[in-house]
Design a protein around this ligand. Structure first.
Ligand code: COA
Length: 319
């Protein structure tokens, strides 16, 4: 069973925070941020909630797919920064879009979230449990970031992206997922939903060992791409694009180099959005689709990494 992305959609908040504006808030500069990360701007939610952004992206994806909401039988929302714990974000989206036939749940795999959610939906499609899934990555990381920590607040942005994924006859999906909780301290954000949370506000903000995460990403992402290509029995020549989680331009360039592939096969949009965590892959997919760069039959590799630590990849044929 092949899984085909029928439609995509995004919601990105209109409010923009430029590097210049950030350098009025913390001791940094536009030059430092661009040279070390590739980020120029990021979009920040003002009144929008994670649920709102997820639902807007979902509506756009359903329109783009040309299906009825009732045809969707599974909604998976990848998020680590929702405004709701329960009902889950996916149920809130269901209510907004009218996908009354769908089973709904959230999945938290941090920045690897969309990749894990997409792979989860594909295995549900392959097992015959469902026929048409709505997979969403939606984040408001601006609420979790420490705006006094220049080493992290420069990196992240808010937004949501969605994909309608339907099962079709064809080659089985090839997917790989990994996690290593022993490395979890490198990127942490504790929950505030505990009795004494008022005393622990600092711990409820995102903390990261940037160098460790960087080294982890540039090692593990090429490895997992090679692993998924071997599983799919495909060579790199048969891949049109590698759609990587958009965390840092230097990470993407380093992965391209280690794979021996031209960087032109690695589209990037992080200059505009920063790292939108689980939303980054579907936002990039939507941009490529809308700009006409994706053609039927092309093979794409999706690859993600993030807190956990976790990482994974998937090969898909554009339908
Ligand atoms: N502006 C100016 N200087 C900064 C800065 C900023 N925003 N952030 C850090 N610095 C300083 C540091 O204090 C340090 O100064 P020092 O040498 O005087 O101690 C110097 O820049 C170098 O810091 P370092 O942490 O070594 O920089 P780096 O080249 O590793 O870049 C990151 C930092 C965070 C950009 C980089 O490590 C990174 O992108 N890591 C991966 C993070 C990531 O993608 N996380 C999400 C995964 S899903």
């Amino acid at each position: 069973m092949n899984a085909v992305i029928r439609g995509t959609g995004v919601y990105v908040p209109p409010k923009v925070l430029t590097n210049e504006a950030l350098s009025q808030m913390v001791d940094t500069s536009d030059t430092w941020i661009r040279e070390r990360t590739g980020v120029t701007r990021r979009h920040i939610a003002e009144n929008e909630t994670t649920v709102f952004m997820a639902a807007e992206a979902a509506k756009a994806a359903i329109r783009d797919a040309g299906i009825l909401p009732e045809e969707i039988d599974l909604i998976v929302v990848a998020t680590g920064s929702s405004n709701v714990i329960f009902p889950c974000t996916a149920c809130e989206v269901q209510r907004e879009v009218g996908a009354v036939q769908a089973a709904c749940f959230d999945l938290n795999a941090a920045c690897t979230g969309f990749l894990f959610a997409y792979n989860t939906a594909c295995s549900y499609l392959q097992s015959g449990f469902c026929r048409c899934a709505l997979v969403i990555g939606a984040e408001s990381l601006s609420h979790l970031v420490d705006w006094q920590d220049r080493s992290t607040c420069i990196l992240f942005g808010d937004g949501a992206g969605a994909a309608v994924v339907c099962g079709e006859d064809g080659p089985d999906v090839a997917a790989v997922m990994h996690s290593d909780g022993r490395l979890g301290d490198a990127l942490v954000c504790e929950t505030c939903h505990q009795k004494n949370w008022q005393e622990k506000t600092q711990a409820t903000l995102l903390r990261m060992d940037g160098r460790s995460v960087f080294q982890f990403a540039v090692k593990k992402v090429p490895e997992v791409v090679e692993e998924v290509l071997e599983k799919a029995k495909l060579s790199k020549d048969e891949i049109t694009y590698y759609i990587l989680h958009q965390a840092n331009q230097r990470i993407v360039e380093s992965v391209a180099k280690r794979l021996g592939e031209p960087v032109g096969k690695f589209p990037m949009n992080l200059s505009e959005y920063g790292n939108t965590s689980s939303a980054s892959i579907p936002i990039l997919l939507d941009e490529l689709k809308k700009s006409g760069q994706l053609k039927k039959g092309q093979r794409l590799v999706l690859a993600g990494f993030g807190a956990g630590l976790s990482w994974g990849a998937s090969v898909l044929t554009w339908g």
